[in-house]
Design a protein around this ligand. Sequence first.
Ligand SMILES: Nc1ncnc2c1ncn2[C@@H]1O[C@H](COP(=O)(O)OP(=O)(O)O)[C@@H](O)[C@H]1O
Ligand SMILES: [Mg+2]
Length: 271
Amino acid sequence: MQGQVPAGQVVGRVIAIANQKGGVGKTTTAINLAVAIADTGRRVLLVDLDPQGNATSGICPPQDVSAARGEGKTIYQALVGGLAIAEILRQVRPTLSLAPAGDDLVGAEIELVTMEGRERRLRALLEPVRGEYNYVLIDTPPSLGILTLNALVAADSVLVPMQCEYYALEGLSALLGTINKVKAALRPGLEIEGLVLTMFDMRNRLSHEISAEVRKHFPEKVFRSVIPRSVRMSESPSHGLSVLEYESKSAGAEAYRALAAEIMAHREESR
Ligand SMILES: Nc1ncnc2c1ncn2[C@@H]1O[C@H](COP(=O)(O)OP(=O)(O)O)[C@@H](O)[C@H]1O
Ligand SMILES: [Mg+2]
C-alpha cells in the first residue's frame, strides 16, 4: 500500500483477539472489526494465526484463498519457513491487507517449540511492517499454545470476545493468568483492550444475565458495544464477505462499526 498514515492516528497498534474457548466469535470479530476500521480509511493488517484459516476464507473469494495456499504464501511460511512477511501479504480491500493461514500452520505448534526465540517470532516478523498500518489485528486459535503465545507477545493489547452463554466466565481466569505470565516474562506492556460480548440474544434472559455478570466482574473493561446474534453474521463468511459488506444495515454490521469506533476513540484520544 502507498502513502503515509495521516497525522493524529495511532500507528502500528497490534491487537490480539484471543480466548482459548472455541466458537466464541474470535474470527467473526477479527474479520468484521478489520473491515469496520479499514472502512474509515485507516490501514489495517489482519493476521490469521489459526490453522483452521477461517479468517482467511472469511475475507477472501475462494479462488484467492486457494491461490495463496497453493503458492505457499502463508503465515506458516513466514513464521517457520523464513519468508519475509511482505512476501505473503495480500491486499483484500483498499486499505486492508491479510496475512493468510493454511493448514500447514498445524505443524507450527510443534516445530516452533525447538526454534530459537520461539515466542517472539511473530513479533519479529511484524516489526518491519507494523508502522505501515494503523492497526494490526491477529486472529488466534482456540488454545493457549505457542501460536497464541506468539500473538500475545507481538501484541500491544488483547481483545477478548465472550459468548453470552452460561459458561462465559469459565476459562477466563486461565486466559487472564496466561496474559499475566506473558506480561511478567515476555511482554511487560501488554494491556487488555477489552472484553466484547458476542452472540447476544435480546429475547433471551440468559444473555442479559451473563452481560450483567461480566460487567460486574470487569466494570472498566467491557465494551459498550454488544454484538447481537444474527443469521446474517454466520452466513457472510461463506461469501468471503464481512457482515458490513454482506448486509450493511444489519444490527451486526452496526455493532461492529460501533465497536471499531470505541476502540479508535479510546486509542486516538489517549495519544
Ligand atoms: N454474532 C453472531 N451471530 C450469529 N452467529 C455468529 C455470531 N458470531 C459468530 N457466529 C458464528 O458462530 C460460529 C463461531 O464463531 P467464530 O467467530 O468462528 O468463533 P471462534 O473464532 O472463537 O471459534 C461461526 O459459525 C460463526 O459464523
Ligand atoms: Mg476462529
